[in-house]
Design a binder for this molecule. Structure first.
Ligand code: FNR
Length: 181
């Protein structure tokens, strides 16, 4: 079967620049790779250990989130920075995957994008710590804070900065090569 890469945006905003960037990365996938966009972060209940458990015990949205991750060979996460942190909806989704372990050894590319000069690097750092704790496999070249996002992404979602788009292509290569044969 073809390799499946799951895109997860940390922004629920309809016109999100992170979701656009993610779609742009999705369009760079090599032939034989299926890129899927996750859409369910807002459907997940607030994480509580009291609600956590195996497939028979958890909420249906949690079951779907875990199944989507298990069906994927790799992930790309693109997130905004909210008040110097990871948006709550994304962190909540990740917390739902701690006990069940879907990110263990999952090749995962991690990006933040922001209109500001540092590209949301504090959120990127925090997100990286979370994923490392969950034993995700983050390739060396597959992590990037993208600054001035509003200037480098066109309305059609294409990345207009050639240095950035070339780094994104390197990132896609590093990610797909990290998937075991
Ligand atoms: C922001 N923004 C922001 N940007 C940043 O670089 N560091 C930050 O700490 C914050 N904090 C923050 C809090 C809240 C509540 C909002 C709504 C926004 C600005 C943010 O980067 C900008 O809105 C992006 O466009 C959000 O990403 P999406 O939705 O375009 O993907």
């Amino acid at each position: 079967r073809s390799m499946i890469v799951l895109g997860i945006s940390g922004s629920l905003r309809a016109q999100s620049s992170n979701t656009r960037l993610l779609a742009s990365i999705g369009s760079m996938m090599p032939a034989g790779t299926e890129f899927r966009m996750h859409h369910g972060l807002a459907n997940l209940p607030h994480f509580s250990p009291d609600l956590d458990g195996d497939e028979a015990q958890v909420d249906g949205a949690v079951r779907e989130w875990r199944e989507e991750l298990r069906a994927s060979d790799a992930c790309v996460i693109c997130t905004p920075e909210y008040a110097r942190g990871v948006p709550g909806s994304l962190k909540n989704a990740l917390d739902w995957s701690v006990s069940s372990g879907e990110f263990m050894n999952m090749p995962t590319a991690v990006l933040s994008a922001s209109p500001h000069a540092d590209g949301g690097s504090t959120a990127l750092h925090s997100l990286t710590l979370t994923l490392q704790m969950m034993s995700a496999a983050i390739p060396e070249k597959a992590t990037m804070a993208v600054p001035f996002i509003s200037k480098i992404i066109a309305a059609d979602g294409s990345v207009t900065d050639t240095d950035i788009s070339s780094s994104l292509r390197d990132m896609v290569t590093a990610l797909t090569q990290a998937v075991p044969e």
